[in-house]
Design a protein around this ligand. Structure first.
Ligand code: NCD
Ligand code: ZN
Length: 361
């Protein structure tokens, strides 16, 4: 048995830079035609020139013969000039702008310290219909880490949407029942200007995963995985067929030394088997007929981009997931190559997945 799907896109991915970019890009580009590329490099991608340079580095690292379009994003800071953002958007360099509340996650120290500081930027985005991508967590250290997303909706997202009712928003990598219900209700009440992405790992894992047999930093990401009832709510949302939910892997590779550390980095690298991982969930739910909408249609419609016309095949054939990424020899980037020991561990390492992507040329 096999499924032929319109080629999907990834609406939230970390491609990194330098040797890590060369190592991980083929995994995304093999399956996905386009991807919204996160700007949380060091230094962050906060100007049109920086985005153009980063896009060139991505295209340079692309294996020959593979078509892939990186869609660039701007990293919002307290003092980003709205004209710079508008220039990037009208020139089709920036497809969206990313709001990291300062210190919410990896490389977010330069993020926004207070939403009131960027009100002119948000008004500008609202007027030019530029999507705002939100890492939705409050950063107040007094708030329990498992409550940060749900509180963000109440404290920041609802007031923000009242101040900017025309702003197009993606609440990224949602992890809670509260977010799933908030987005669904907005859609069902006729508001098509807000949507959410859902990652494969938040569909598969609950918070127990981080503590099975010891402390497991490989299952640590932000927003952190939550209780089983939240995972269930996300599965229901992703497989509902509603256009307000779409695929965004949040694939976030870190060198091994960054994960295996006394203060391990947040991020799960899932790019290599992302579609197979989503397919497993849709199959379990008896909802495979909704996979194409989630993976290949809802995202481009939200962003106002054409649907891909080529296809991929998901064959119902077992594959065992190796533990580490093995980059093809052809993509080695000279002296700068990542030592083998630093290659990121794969999500689903050691498991057998029931689907295998075949790329149709
Ligand atoms: C991301 C990273 O490593 O850049 N980490 C993560 O856990 N998702 C940052 C982010 O998307 O929050
Ligand atoms: Zn991310």
């Amino acid at each position: 048995m096999s499924l032929e799907l319109r080629r999907p896109d990834d609406w939230h991915v970390h491609l990194r830079d330098g040797a890590m970019l060369w190592a991980v890009l083929p995994a995304t580009a093999r399956t996905f035609a386009r991807a919204i590329v996160m700007p949380n490099l060091r230094p962050p991608v906060a100007s049109v020139d920086a985005a153009l340079a980063y896009r060139s580095r991505i295209l340079e690292a692309l294996p020959e013969g593979i078509r892939f379009e990186p869609l660039m994003t701007a990293y919002l800071t307290d003092d980003l000039d709205p004209d710079e953002l508008a220039k990037g958007f009208t020139q089709d360099v920036f497809r969206a702008a990313k709001l990291y509340p300062a210190n919410a996650t990896t490389n977010s120290a330069a993020g926004v310290s207070d939403l009131s500081k960027i009100s002119s930027v948000l008004s500008c985005m609202e007027s030019i219909d530029m999507p705002l991508l939100i890492h939705g967590e409050v950063t107040d250290p007094d708030v329990d880490v498992f409550d940060r997303e749900a509180l963000f909706i109440e404290r920041h997202l609802k007031p923000l949407r009242q101040r900017h009712p025309r702003l197009r928003i993606v609440l990224e990598h949602i992890t809670t029942e509260e977010s799933a219900i908030y987005i669904r209700d907005a859609y069902q009440s006729g508001d098509e200007r807000i949507a959410a992405t859902i990652t494969p790992h938040h569909l598969h894992l609950n918070r127990n995963a981080m503590f099975v047999g010891g402390l497991r930093s490989d299952f640590y990401c932000l927003p952190v995985v939550k209780r089983e009832c939240h995972r269930r709510a996300l599965v229901k949302a992703a497989t509902s067929g509603l256009p307000c939910f779409f695929l965004g892997t949040d694939s976030a590779p870190h060198p091994r030394s960054g994960k295996e550390s006394a203060c391990g980095c947040a991020g799960i690298f899932n790019a290599l088997h992302a579609l197979e991982s989503y397919a497993a969930i849709f199959e379990q739910e008896g909802a495979l007929e909704y996979l194409e909408g989630f993976a290949s249609e809802h995202g481009p419609r939200f962003y106002g981009l054409p649907l891909n016309t080529d296809t991929i095949t998901l064959a119902r054939r077992d594959q065992r997931v190796p533990s580490r990424l093995v980059p093809p020899a052809s993509i080695c980037c000279g002296d700068d190559a990542l030592p083998d020991g630093e290659l990121p561990l794969l999500f689903h390492a050691g498991e057998t997945l029931a689907w295998t992507v075949e790329v149709n040329s």
